[in-house]
Ligand binder design. Structure first.
Ligand SMILES: [Fe+2]
Length: 150
């Protein structure tokens, strides 16, 4: 009887460990098989970025003070942890929009040392600045900021 109980107990423990291993493997498979190209990706919580969000969400730099119809310079970097530029993994382009109008598109090859741009802009009134970029492996990413000129 004692042997039976021990055997049943070990079977139960084995089942639990096997179940946990399968769940862990399933989560890994989901992350690996995530289709980054099925949608436009955005950082879910800017204060708590995932590793992929840190590498891909465009980082928008604008002056704290923007005057109506006066030129200012936008800087964009991809991302907070600068994305690699290698022959197998690189940022293909960065686009800048005011509202829904394209202002600038910069193409990159893997030979570019870093995925960043500086663009002159001016705005005539409150608008949304949208920046998009595409990674060859991780799809299109977007960041937005509202601008209210003084
Ligand atoms: Fe990437």
């Amino acid at each position: 009887m004692g042997v039976f109980r021990r055997r049943e107990f070990l079977k139960g423990v084995g089942t639990v460990f096997l179940g946990q291993a399968l769940i862990a493997k399933s989560v890994q498979a989901q992350e690996k098989e995530q289709d980054w190209f099925k949608t436009i990706n955005r950082a879910a919580d800017p204060d708590n970025l995932t590793a992929t969000e840190k590498k891909h969400a465009p980082v928008i730099g604008i002056p704290g003070y923007v005057k109506t119809n006066q030129v200012f310079f936008l800087t964009v970097e991809v991302g907070r942890t600068l994305h690699v530029m290698t022959p197998n993994h690189w940022i293909m382009w960065i686009e800048v929009y005011l509202g829904n109008s394209l202002v600038s598109r910069t193409e990159f090859s893997p030979l570019s040392p870093q995925p960043s741009v500086t663009i002159p802009l001016s705005v005539g009134g409150p608008t949304t600045l949208k920046v998009m970029e595409q990674c060859n492996l991780h799809g299109i990413w977007e960041s937005k900021v509202n601008i209210t000129p003084m």
